[in-house]
Design a binder for this molecule. Structure first.
Ligand code: ADP
Ligand code: MG
Length: 358
């Protein structure tokens, strides 16, 4: 029995010579929040458009509720799509925008029923009282909710959201993260959310799928992806690791910090040593570090709310980041332009390499 809500089976989408999606396979269960993380141009929008039926893949199949829908027109799929720019009708009110698909589609519903459903979704997204406003008389966050409510009135079984929080300011973005998750839970439908923000992907998804140049390079829970990135590229996208080039050989990594024993490593086509920002420690430059160490000059600190990020520059120009979670106590203060010895426990490093056994 196929219990997945949707499944991609080897989907490839090309635009001329450009491979926007490269043999992508994925399965999503019912009642999940899935986030796709990928940089700009990695194929996130293309992937959603293929699932929705706005683009036909050159190869592969798309299944929805156990049925092959690869050749089914978009309007027959029952899949909702919230566009990146919201795409609201500027001359219509909130409720007219929300009910648009029902009014202008083939819903066959009475005007009273359309109004009832629209009001129900307006309430769900927290916009009660704003039904009659023009969409140019509401804030960006409220427009985002209108776009979502408009999709939800169609009672989709799967909702695709294309960078839904990208246009919002930072405060609103973090509030909407919580709200989107809550709305999804109340509805019990699967949401697929694509984003270029690693924080958003890790905070929101029950499952995170990492996309790079049209390929799915890792799928896992946020914890799995965060603790065990599958490749140097994933570690790079997560924006939480200092990455050092070097050479893995005979169970040791040779980098700018010297030669360090490597207890275990992950197979990769490149030799890369990764240390999480919050695993770095700074010692006085005269100290004797027991493990690997690298001399670096303090550049600046940035307060991030729940942590302090410290930036150092190594002699070769490499910027090294060190994060201090404020829940662990008062952060160290550093002298501008002073040298420090940055060190870490090699047991906590993640090492990628050609000679790795797994
Ligand atoms: P993302 O949403 O992750 O930024 P897209 O899915 O929009 O990425 O694009 C993936 C790649 O496909 C990019 O290189 C983009 O330039 C290309 N692309 C997207 N849509 C088209 C199109 N209609 N015609 C040609 N190339 C396209
Ligand atoms: Mg896009």
């Amino acid at each position: 029995m196929d219990t997945s809500v949707f499944r991609l089976d080897g989907v490839t989408k090309r635009y001329g010579d450009l491979v926007a999606l490269d043999n992508a396979s994925l399965e999503a269960g019912a009642n999940e929040y899935i986030s796709f993380l990928g940089p700009s141009g990695s194929g996130k929008t293309t992937l959603l458009r293929v699932i929705a039926g706005f683009e036909a893949p050159e190869a592969g199949r798309v299944f929805f509720n156990g049925r092959d829908i690869t050749n089914l027109p978009a309007h027959e799929r029952g899949i909702g799509f919230v566009f990146q720019n919201f795409a609201l009708f500027p001359h219509l009110t909130v409720i007219q925008n929300v009910g648009f698909g029902l009014t202008h589609g083939k819903s066959g519903l009475s005007a009273a029923e359309i109004e009832r459903r629209s009001l129900e979704m307006i309430e769900l997204v927290g916009l009660s009282g704003m039904e009659g406003r023009g969409v140019d008389q509401i804030s960006g966050g409220q427009r985002q909710r209108v776009a979502l409510a408009r999709t939800l009135t169609m009672h989709p079984k799967l909702v695709l959201l294309d960078e839904p929080l990208g246009a919002l300011d930072a405060n609103l973005r973090s509030r909407m993260r919580t709200e989107l998750r809550a709305i999804r839970e109340r509805l019990g439908v699967t949401f697929v959310h694509v984003t270029g923000s690693e924080n958003e992907a890790l905070a929101m998804g029950d499952r995170v799928v990492v996309l790079d140049r049209g390929r799915i390079i890792q799928t896992g829970t946020p914890g799995e992806v965060y603790d065990s990135p599958a490749s140097p590229d994933v570690a790079h996208f997560l924006n939480r690791f200092n990455l050092f080039d070097g050479n893995l050989s005979g169970g040791r990594f040779n980098g700018v910090f010297g030669s360090v024993p490597v207890p275990r490593s992950v197979r990769s086509d490149r030799d890369v040593y990764a240390v999480r920002y919050d695993r770095m420690r700074a010692l006085p430059v005269s100290a004797d570090a027991a493990g690997p160490a690298i001399k670096a000059r303090f550049v600046a600190s940035e307060y991030l709310g729940s942590s302090m990020m410290n930036f150092f520059e190594a002699e070769d120009g490499h910027v090294i980041e060190m994060e201090h979670h404020l829940s662990l106590g008062t952060p160290q203060t550093f002298e501008a332009r002073q040298d420090y010895l940055l060190t870490w426990n090699p047991e906590q490093a993640i090492v990628f390499g050609r000679e790795a056994s797994r």
